[in-house]
Design a binder for this molecule. Structure first.
Ligand code: SF4
Length: 252
């Protein structure tokens, strides 16, 4: 069963393709919880749920009642008809973790249809799930933003860093780049060593570092120290344009 949380047409706010007009599909569910990010969101049942800044797309128990159940590929393709889109607009698949559906037949058909229509598909993934690129060749046509989680996520290393999955994506995808969320505290707490433990699985893959924050104020607080870190290490700084412009990260 595929769950779709929301869809919206905006510009890509982060990473290598920042500024690109893109139609976003946010899928529900994730193989992690990332409670270390300490974001809280109140569910309709009154419970305050702890997790990441998209906890409403992660926590099935408290939020899935508002998710859309996808039963046919037409349910996903119909979303494209709801907007006035330029021809072959970029499509971003995010979550939660969209690759929990990587082997689902409806999901594969959706990807194949989009590629056949000329869309560029970018996955925003935590990079911990292995994809069968030989069985599902459509993934070789896709782009991947690898947001491998750091220790600040609160997830154990053995769960968040899956070397084979990272290597396979970096080697087989049309394009892949790393995109890390970094706060000021982690810069002084062994960040470089942490990144090196991940980058060794795809040493030629470009790195984008973006400031942690679900609000404009948090993003701005973390930006300057992060820019200095990027300058020193030769990594790319990525803004979080949607948060800076709209001061929100839901539906923009
Ligand atoms: S992997 Fe990403 S979507 Fe899943 S819980 Fe962690 S931050 Fe949230």
């Amino acid at each position: 069963m595929i769950y779709l949380v929301e869809h919206f047409y905006s510009i890509q706010g982060e990473g290598k393709y920042v500024g690109t007009p893109s139609l976003f599909f946010r899928f529900g569910g994730c193989n992690m919880r990332c409670e270390g990010f300490s974001c809280k969101e109140k569910a309709e049942d009154g419970v305050e749920v702890l997790g990441c800044d998209t906890v409403y797309a992660v926590n099935k128990e408290h939020f899935s009642h508002s998710w859309i159940v996808i039963k046919r590929v037409e349910d996903l393709l119909a979303v494209l008809e709801l907007y006035e889109l330029p021809k072959a607009v970029d499509i971003v698949l995010t979550g939660g973790e969209p690759l929990i559906y990587a082997s689902d037949s409806i999901f594969i058909e959706f990807l194949e249809t989009l590629v056949a229509r000329g869309h560029q598909i970018t996955f925003e993934t935590n990079g911990s799930l292995n994809i069968d690129f030989e069985k599902h060749g459509v993934y070789k046509e896709c782009y991947f933003a690898l947001s491998v989680k750091l220790s600040n996520s609160g997830e154990p290393f053995s769960k968040r860093v899956q070397g084979i999955a990272i290597y396979n994506i970096a080697t087989n995808a049309k394009d892949a780049f790393f995109k890390f969320s970094i706060d000021v505290a982690s810069i002084t707490l062994g960040l470089e060593e942490e990144l090196n433990e991940i980058l060794l699985y795809a040493p030629k893959t470009k790195v984008y570092c973006m400031p942690v924050g679900g609000t404009r104020e948090e993003v701005e607080k973390n930006s300057k120290p992060l820019i200095e870190f990027c300058k020193a290490k030769g990594y790319n700084f990525s803004d979080r344009l949607h948060i800076r412009i709209w001061d929100a990260n839901k539906g923009v």
